[in-house]
Design a protein around this ligand. Structure first.
Ligand code: ISL
Ligand code: CA
Length: 564
């Protein structure tokens, strides 16, 4: 069996609202993306994943879909989308669409019907329950604040929504609903798309009886992950989806799966019995949050290199030959990686390159989030009025109004953790609004755009962009990067993350100084008798590696190839 194409691929995530605005209304759109395809081709990516472009009232920027088979008018038309697909394919790239089927928008026709009456044919497409003693049916918290239940006046019953009240959860227990979803998926696949990124796909199945969540703190509603993550019928649903839809096409799928462990990862992505190509795990996204913070957004903890090594090594080792990893450091829900795991001041250039080299050298398919290839940073909006993300706004108001936390403190949390850090407009050049739009952007640009932008990056041979370009190329040239076995080195070193990637003919040694101090360490003895070649680094190379002690400069990264 030949290897599936998605193992060697590199995927680029576009968040359409913030990528490129073609008509000056301040909102990125499909014709805008079209004008930037050559840029993506030049970077070398194989696949473009579009965050949702479907019709939506945009309570959660398209993750609340009101029609799965229409394009959001602000983004363009279905004809624009078809042209985009053709142009992507014409350049030898592929297109992956977002699949959001844990919930719809409350404006979706199904929900509009469902709420009408208890015997409406669509009633059972959603999860309705009676209140308990004049309150919600249980104590579950919604991800973006408040209860996971809202009472609807029309019938007096409550409906479940794990996210905002405008995102009612679909009832996957209903076979008619499941069939409609599969038909919709085939409709897109028959248009020729190359796969799906599956939003919170491991939340589809809720435990029988919807019991209360364990009480962890004094807040009125509690995180109920144990009652809907990897629920009892999840695998059954996904096997059905595989049988009815996925297995009939040569596509890739990536599941967004919060709170999974490696044993789930193997189950989901196993080459024979799995139900998706790969998944997004979140363990490394929780390293800078406290233990009592399931959202990972309400606390700022310094992360530790030893934890990063532990978490990543576990995923590398446990999935080896049993599943397939995705590698990512950013997406539209996460702060910028250089601000989070690197240094977005003095060593921005070095640390952004180190991070790129780090995750590209791990086993698994790498994902680049728009702007990451420029080393775009977090933004520090000075006022809450500049924030747009529903999660950030809800959290801020809860912290300030209900919990009495100082405004500045709440803002500091947003500076570090808000999803809007990733959603400021893509920085194309030094002109007003960073070349993103000729109008007023829907969210303010990061004021650092005159220094950090595409035009600058393309004109500087030493830019972060070219490190990404080179890494993508190396992935095509060295099977050890795609398939080599991972072996952690120097597990206790406080500054250096070092590992091997090994295949029969080639062994790669990856050395990363994750600190702003020089780091010394001892090279394994065996290295001295071999021919060493520096494959990629982020500093001017040192002529020869000849001593037993090696010193890495601040945030220095080196990948050394060893032959023979
Ligand atoms: O687990 C998390 C943080 O570490 C959450 O961010 C979680 O992954 C997220 O809330 C789920 O995200 C997805 O579904 C949401 C949508 O708002 C996000 O943009 C999307 O990526 C609801 O559809
Ligand atoms: Ca526009």
């Amino acid at each position: 069996m030949p290897d599936p194409w998605w193992k060697a691929s590199v995927i680029y995530q576009v968040y359409p609202r913030s990528f490129c605005d073609s008509n000056g209304d301040g909102i990125g759109d499909l014709p805008g993306i079209l004008t930037r395809l050559d840029y993506l081709k030049q970077l070398g990516v194989d696949v473009i994943w579009l965050s949702p472009v479907y019709k939506s009232p945009n309570v959660d920027n398209g993750y609340d879909i009101s029609d799965y088979q229409q394009i959001m008018p602000e983004f363009g038309t279905l004809a624009d989308w078809e042209e985009l697909l053709r142009e992507i394919h014409g350049r030898g790239m592929k297109l992956v669409m977002d699949l959001v089927v844990n919930h719809t928008s409350d404006q979706h026709l199904w929900f509009q019907q469902s709420r009408q009456s208890k015997d409406n044919p669509y009633r059972d497409y959603y999860i309705w329950r009676q209140g308990k003693d004049g309150r919600e049916p249980n104590n579950w918290a919604a991800h973006f604040g408040g209860s996971a239940w809202t009472r609807d006046a029309l019938t007096g019953e409550y409906y479940l929504h794990l996210f905002t009240p405008q995102q009612p959860d679909l009832n996957w227990e209903n076979p008619h609903l499941r069939r409609e979803i599969y038909t919709m998926m085939r409709w897109w696949l028959d248009k020729g798309i190359d796969g799906f990124r599956m939003d919170v796909i491991n939340m589809l199945s809720k435990v029988e009886g919807l019991p209360d969540a364990p009480i962890l703190d004094k807040r009125p509603y509690q995180y109920a992950g144990t009652h809907f993550i990897n629920g009892p019928r999840l695998f059954e649903y996904l096997e059905e989806m595989k049988r009815e839809v996925l297995s009939r096409y040569d596509i890739m799928t990536v599941g967004e799966t919060p709170d999974v462990h490696t044993r789930d990862g193997i189950r989901f992505t196993h080459p024979q019995t799995g139900v998706m190509s790969m998944l997004f795990q979140f363990e490394h996204m929780h390293l800078d949050a406290g233990p009592d913070d399931p959202s990972a957004r309400r606390s700022i903890h310094p992360w530790r290199l030893s934890d990063l090594k532990r978490v990543m090594s576990r995923w590398q080792n446990d999935l080896y030959e049993k599943g397939w990893n995705s590698q990512y450091l950013e997406n539209h829900d996460q702060p910028r990686s250089v601000s989070r795991f690197g240094d977005d001041g003095k060593y921005r250039n070095e640390s952004a390159k180190l991070l790129a080299i780090f995750y590209f050298m791990l086993q698994g398919t790498p994902y680049i989030y728009q702007g990451q290839e420029l080393g775009m940073t977090n933004v520090k909006f000075e006022s809450i009025d500049e924030y747009r993300d529903v999660e950030s706004l809800n959290m801020y108001h809860e912290l300030v109004e209900e919990m009495g936390i100082k405004k500045q403190e709440a803002l500091n949390l947003l500076h570090a953790k808000s999803r809007d850090n990733a959603r400021t407009p893509m920085q194309w050049d030094g002109s007003p609004n960073a070349g993103f739009s000729t109008g007023q952007p829907w969210i303010n640009v990061n004021p650092n755009y005159p220094e950090i932008n595409v035009e600058q990056a393309l004109s500087d041979p030493d830019s972060i962009y070219y490190t990404y370009q080179r890494l993508i190329q190396l992935r095509k040239e060295h099977p050890a990067i795609v398939h080599g076995r991972y072996k952690l080195l120097l597990p206790k070193h406080p500054q250096v993350y070092a590992f091997w990637r090994e295949m029969e003919e080639e062994r790669l040694l990856v050395l990363l100084n994750f600190s702003h101090e020089p780091a010394e360490f001892e090279l394994p003895d065996e290295l001295r008798s071999h021919y060493l070649e520096l494959l990629i680094g982020n500093y001017p190379p040192i002529a020869e590696i000849d001593s037993a002690n090696l010193c890495l400069r601040p945030y220095e990264a080196r990948v050394i190839s060893i032959e023979g």
